[in-house]
Design a binder for this molecule. Structure first.
Ligand SMILES: Nc1ncnc2c1ncn2[C@@H]1O[C@H](COP(=O)(O)OP(=O)(O)OP(=O)(O)O)[C@@H](O)[C@H]1O
Length: 880
C-alpha cells in the first residue's frame, strides 16, 4: 500500500481527513516534500507527499467485485470500492478468498431466492458476483472433490449480519445436500429450523441489533459419501446469563419472554401471566415491542419450529412453564424478616408470585422460599442455617433465575443435537461459525473480556492461515520472496490464557480465595504484568486494566469479574429443582456425583470457555477455512448510510486490510505440480509428451499459456493474485468447447440409438399391427363372405320370389295384354276396316271428283277442241 510517488500537478490523490477518513482531490502545487491538494469538498489542504495515496482515475464507477483487481490497493481505494458498490446495493465484495459482506439493513430478496441458488450451484468461484452462496458452494465442492472438511468463519461486530449470513450459508448447504422432499422431516429441515428456536431463547434486542445473538454458535453439518446431509451438531458458546435478570433501556430481555406474554389466552391463563410490563425482569427497560415483529405470531412460529426439530408438545409445555416460572420468580420482592438480617417475601403480591413460581416449577413453595432466603453452612462439626438479608435474597433469586435459564438453553441445544442426530460414519463436514466480533465499549466487563479472547484466538487462526502459512510455505518452497511482517498476537494470548500466570489463571485463583475482591485481583494483575508490553494500568483508575488487543486497546472494569467467573449452583437451588415433580425441571438439575458434591463448588467460566475455544480451534484446524467478514455500515441500523470511519475500523479489526496487503504482495495461489499439470495440461496437451517430468511440464505449460510473474517452488507452482482465475478462464473455455463436442457426439449417438430403437419398435409394432390387421381383415372378410352368402341367398330368394311374382304378373299382364291386344286388334281391325271403308269412300269420292274434273275438263277440252275445229272448219270453210 504505497503512498503516491512523485505526484505531479493534476494527478488525483486521496488525502487523510479526520472526519471522513479519506477525501479525494487534485494536486494543484508541488513544493518539495509537500503538496497542495484541492479537495472535491472544495477545501484546499497542504499535506506531506508521504501521506497521500494515488487515486485511480480510471476506476470503474460501480467498483470492482474483488479488491485484488483494484489498480491501487490501499485503504482509501478499498473504502471507496466498498462504498460505490454499497450505493448500488452490491453488498458483497471479495478480497481474494475472503468475502466482505456489508449489511444493507434492507431486505434484498432477489439475492437469495432459489433461482439464485441454482445459479451458484457448480459455478466456478469468482465467475458470478461475490455471494455467501459462492463461498458455501466452494466449500461444498472442495469437500466433495478433495474429501477435506471445510469451515466458514463468519465474523463481525454486533449487528453486522453474521447470523443472517450464517443462515444463508446453511440454506445453501441444505439445498446442495438436501434429500427429496418426500423423505419427511429431513435433517436439513431440522438444521434450518433450529435457528428460530435458538433465536427465540438466545437472541434479544440490544442497542446494536434488534435481533442480537447473545451466544456464539458453531454448526457442524455432516455429509455422507454421496454429499447428502447426514447429521449435524450445534455447539454454543457463552450465553449472556446476566440479561435474564438485568436489562437496560432500550434493550430487551430474551425474545421468548415477550412471546410467552403474547401467547394465546389459554396459555396465558395456564401460566398465570399477564402484560409484559408487569414483570420485573422485563420492565426495567421501556422497550417491549420490536418494529415489524408480532410476538404472538413469533410464539406460534417458535412452537412450530420446535415441532420440526423434534421437541415434543409435553416438552414444549414444560419449557414454557419454566420460562413463566422465571418471570414470576423475578417478581418476588423481599423485606426484612423477624430475625436479624433475615428476609421474607415482601407482601401478598410477592407471596402470590412465589407460590405461582413453585407451582410452575412443580416444587414445594416453602422449599422455594427457604432456598431463596436461607443458606445451609456445613462445617466439620455442625450444620448451621443462616438467614439471608433482603439484598442477598434478591441476589439468590436472580442466581436461581440465571441458572435455570442457562440450563434450559443448554437443554434446548442438547435436544436439538440429539433429535437431528450425529452421523458417526460421516467423513466430511462443513462447520459454520457465527461468533461475536471484537467489542470495545465505554464499560467493558468479563463478557467483553471473553469475547475479545475469542477474537484474538480466531485472529491467530486467521493469521496462521493467511500470514504464517504464507511465510512458512515460501521458506519451505525456497521461493524468491522478500519477507513482510505480520502482526502475531501470540503474546496477547499468552497474557490472557497462559497457565500458570495468565489473567484467567489469576482470576480463578482470586475466585477460589474467599477474601479476594476485585481490588486485590486488579493489584495482582498490575504486579504480575507491570512490564508486559500488551498490558497497562490506566492512570486514573485503581481497578481497571487495559489490554492492547490486535484490534486496538480495550480497558476492562474488574468490578464484576470475580462474580461473573464463578459458575456454581447454590446447593439449595440444586436440591430444590432436583426434587421437582416435573421431570423436565428436575432433569435440568441432575443429582451431583458424590465426588463433585464434595469438591469445591467453584468452577471457572473463564477456564471452561478457554477449553471450549481450544476445542473449537482444534476442530477448525482440521478443516479448510473460508472467511466472511461482516461489516456494519452505520450504527443507526439504517439503509444507505455508509460511515467510512466506522467501516474502516471494522476492516482493520477483522484483519481484512492485513489480508489484502499480504495476499496481494505474495502469491496467493499455489498448486502441487501434478495437480497443476493435471488441471491445466488440457491447455497445451503436447507438453506432456515433450517433458520428462512434472516440473518441466509445468514450466512449459506456463510458457505456452503466456503467464508471467509466477514462481516455481520445490513442490508447487506459485501464482500471483488473479492468475489462477486467468488460467481457469482459459481452461473453462477449452472445457466448454470440449463439452460441446462431447455433447454433440453423445447427442447424435443417443439420437441414432433412439432412432434405431424406435425404428425397430415401429417395425415390430407394424408387424404386430399388420398381423392384427390381417386377422381383422380376414375376420371381417369372413364376416363379409357369410354376409354375402346370406345376401346371395336372400337375393336369390327375393329374386325367385320376385321372379314368381313377375311371372304371375307377366302371365296376368300377358293375359291382360293378350285380351287387350285382342281387343286392340279387334279395334284395330275395326278401325282398319273403317279406314278402308273411309279410304274406299274417299277414293271413290276422289275418283268421282277426279272423274268429274276430268269429265269436265274433257268436256271443256272437247268444247274447245270442237270450237277450234269448228273455227278451223269455219275458216276452211271461209277460205273455201
Ligand atoms: N443480507 C442481509 N439482508 C438484509 N438485511 C440484513 C442482512 N444481513 C443483516 N441484515 C439486517 O441486520 C440485522 C442484524 O443482522 P444479524 O442479526 O445477522 O447481525 P449479527 O452480526 O449476527 O449480530 P449479533 O452479533 O448481535 O447477533 C438483521 O436483523 C437484519 O435486519
Amino acid at each position: 500500500m504505497a503512498a503516491v510517488v512523485n505526484p505531479v500537478v493534476g494527478s488525483l490523490v486521496w488525502v487523510e481527513d479526520p472526519d471522513v477518513t479519506w477525501i479525494d482531490g487534485e494536486v494543484v502545487e508541488v513544493k518539495g516534500e509537500e503538496i497542495k491538494v484541492l479537495c472535491t469538498s472544495g477545501k484546499t489542504v497542504v499535506v506531506k507527499v508521504s501521506n497521500v495515496y494515488p487515486k485511480d482515475a480510471e476506476a470503474p464507477p460501480c467498483g470492482v467485485d474483488d479488491m485484488t483487481k483494484l489498480a491501487y490497493l490501499h485503504e482509501p481505494g478499498v473504502l471507496q470500492n466498498l462504498r460505490s458498490r454499497y450505493d448500488m446495493n452490491e453488498i458483497y465484495t471479495y478480497t481474494g478468498n475472503i468475502l466482505i459482506a456489508v449489511n444493507p439493513f434492507i431486505k434484498l430478496p432477489h439475492l437469495y431466492d432459489n433461482h439464485m441458488m441454482a445459479q451458484y450451484k457448480g459455478a466456478d468461484f469468482g465467475e458470478l458476483s461475490p455471494h455467501p452462496f459462492a463461498i458455501a458452494d466452494a466449500a461444498y465442492r472442495l469437500m466433495i472433490n478433495e474429501g477435506i472438511s471445510q469451515s466458514v468463519l463468519v465474523s463481525g461486530e454486533s449487528g453486522a449480519g453474521k447470523t443472517e449470513t450464517t443462515k444463508l450459508l446453511m440454506r445453501y448447504l441444505a439445498y446442495m445436500g438436501g434429500r427429496a422432499a418426500a423423505e419427511g422431516r429431513t435433517v436439513e429441515q431440522q438444521v434450518l429450523e433450529s435457528n428460530p428456536v435458538l433465536e427465540a431463547f438466545g437472541n434479544a434486542k440490544t442497542v446494536r441489533n434488534n435481533n442480537s445473538s447473545r451466544f456464539g454458535k458453531f454448526v457442524e453439518i455432516q455429509f455422507d459419501q454421496r454429499g447428502r446431509i447426514s447429521g449435524a451438531a450445534i455447539r454454543t458458546y457463552l450465553l449472556e446469563r446476566s440479561r435474564v435478570c438485568q436489562v437496560s433501556d432500550p434493550e430487551r430481555n430474551y425474545h421468548c419472554f415477550y412471546m410467552l406474554c403474547a401467547a394465546p389466552p389459554e396459555d396465558i391463563q395456564r401460566y398465570k401471566l399477564g402484560n409484559a410490563r408487569t414483570f420485573h425482569y422485563l420492565n426495567q427497560s421501556n422497550s417491549y415491542e420490536l418494529d415489524g415483529v408480532d410476538d404472538s405470531k413469533e410464539y406460534i412460529a417458535t412452537r412450530r419450529a420446535m415441532d420440526i426439530v423434534g421437541i415434543s408438545s409435553d416438552e414444549q409445555e414444560a419449557i414454557f412453564r419454566v420460562v413463566a416460572a422465571i418471570l414470576h420468580l423475578g417478581n418476588i420482592e423481599f423485606a426484612k424478616g423477624k430475625d436479624i438480617d433475615s428476609s421474607q417475601p415482601k407482601d401478598e403480591k410477592s407471596w402470590f408470585h412465589l407460590r405461582t413460581a413453585a407451582e410452575l416449577f412443580m416444587c414445594d413453595a416453602k422449599a422455594l422460599e427457604d432456598s431463596l432466603c436461607k443458606r445451609v453452612i456445613v462445617t466439620r462439626d455442625e450444620t448451621i442455617t443462616k438467614w439471608l438479608d433482603p439484598d442477598s435474597a434478591v441476589t439468590s433469586r436472580d442466581a436461581l433465575a440465571k441458572t435455570v435459564y442457562s440450563r434450559l438453553f443448554d437443554w434446548l441445544v442438547d435436544k436439538i443435537n440429539s433429535s437431528i442426530g450425529q452421523d458417526p460414519e460421516s467423513k466430511c463436514l462443513i462447520g459454520v461459525l457465527d461468533i461475536y466480533g471484537f467489542e470495545s465499549f465505554k464499560t467493558n466487563s468479563f463478557e467483553q473480556f471473553c469475547i475479545n479472547l475469542t477474537n484474538e484466538k480466531l485472529q491467530q487462526h486467521f493469521n496462521q492461515h493467511v500470514f504464517k502459512m504464507e511465510q512458512e510455505e515460501y521458506t519451505k518452497e525456497e521461493i524468491d520472496w522478500s519477507y513482510i511482517d505480520f502482526i502475531d498476537n501470540q503474546d496477547i494470548l499468552d497474557l490472557i490464557e497462559k497457565r500458570p500466570g495468565g489473567i484467567i489463571a489469576l482470576l480463578d485463583e482470586a475466585c477460589m480465595f474467599p477474601r479476594s475482591t476485585h481490588e486485590t485481583f486488579a493489584q495482582k494483575l498490575y504486579q504480575t504484568f507491570k512490564n508486559h508490553k500488551r498490558f497497562s494500568k490506566p492512570k486514573l483508575s485503581r481497578t481497571d486494566f487495559t489490554i492492547c488487543h490486535y484490534a486496538g486497546d480495550v480497558t476492562y472494569q474488574t468490578e464484576f469479574f470475580l462474580d461473573k467467573n464463578k459458575d456454581y449452583v447454590v446447593a439449595e437451588h440444586q436440591a430444590l429443582l432436583n426434587g421437582s415433580k416435573c421431570s423436565f425441571a428436575s432433569s435440568l438439575f441432575p443429582p451431583l456425583s458424590e465426588e463433585s458434591s464434595k469438591t469445591s463448588k467453584f468452577s471457572s467460566i473463564g477456564s471452561r470457555f478457554k477449553q471450549q475455544l481450544q476445542a473449537l480451534l482444534e476442530t477448525l484446524s482440521a478443516t479448510e477455512p473460508h472467511y466472511i467478514r461482516c461489516v456494519k455500515p452505520n450504527n443507526l441500523l439504517k439503509p444507505a448510510i455508509f460511515e467510512s470511519k466506522n467501516v474502516l475500523q471494522q476492516l482493520r479489526c477483522g484483519g481484512v486490510m492485513e489480508a489484502i496487503r499480504i495476499s496481494c504482495a505474495g502469491y496467493p495461489t499455489r498448486k502441487q505440480f501434478y495437480e497443476f499439470v493435471d488441471r491445466f495440461s488440457l491447455l497445451a496437451p503436447e507438453v506432456l509428451n515433450e517433458s520428462s517430468d512434472e516440473v518441466t511440464a509445468c514450466k512449459r505449460l506456463l510458457e505456452k499459456v503466456g503467464l508471467e510473474g509466477y514462481q516455481i517452488g520445490k513442490t508447487k507452482v506459485f501464482l500471483r493474485a488473479g492468475q489462477m482465475a486467468e488460467l481457469d478462464a482459459q481452461r473453462s473455455e477449452v472445457l466448454g468447447r470440449s463439452a460441446s463436442i462431447i455433447q454433440r457426439r453423445i447427442r447424435s449417438y443417443l439420437a441414432r440409438r433412439s432412432f434405431i430403437l424406435l425404428r425397430r419398435s415401429a417395425i415390430q409394432i407394424q408387424a404386430v399391427c399388420r398381423g392384427q390387421l390381417a386377422r381383422q381383415v380376414y375376420e371381417s372378410m369372413r364376416r363379409e363372405a357369410s354376409c354375402l352368402m346370406i345376401q346371395r341367398d336372400l337375393r336369390m330368394y327375393l329374386a325367385r320370389k320376385a321372379y314368381k311374382e313377375l311371372c304371375s304378373a307377366a302371365v296376368s299382364i300377358q293375359t291382360g295384354m293378350r285380351g287387350m291386344a285382342a281387343r286392340n286388334e279387334h279395334r284395330l281391325r275395326r278401325q282398319t276396316k273403317a279406314v278402308i271403308v273411309i279410304q274406299s269412300q274417299c277414293r271413290q269420292y276422289l275418283a268421282r271428283l277426279h272423274y268429274m274434273k276430268i269429265k269436265k275438263a274433257a268436256i271443256t277440252t272437247q268444247c274447245l277442241w270442237r270450237g277450234r275445229v269448228a273455227r278451223k272448219e269455219l275458216r276452211k270453210l271461209k277460205m273455201v
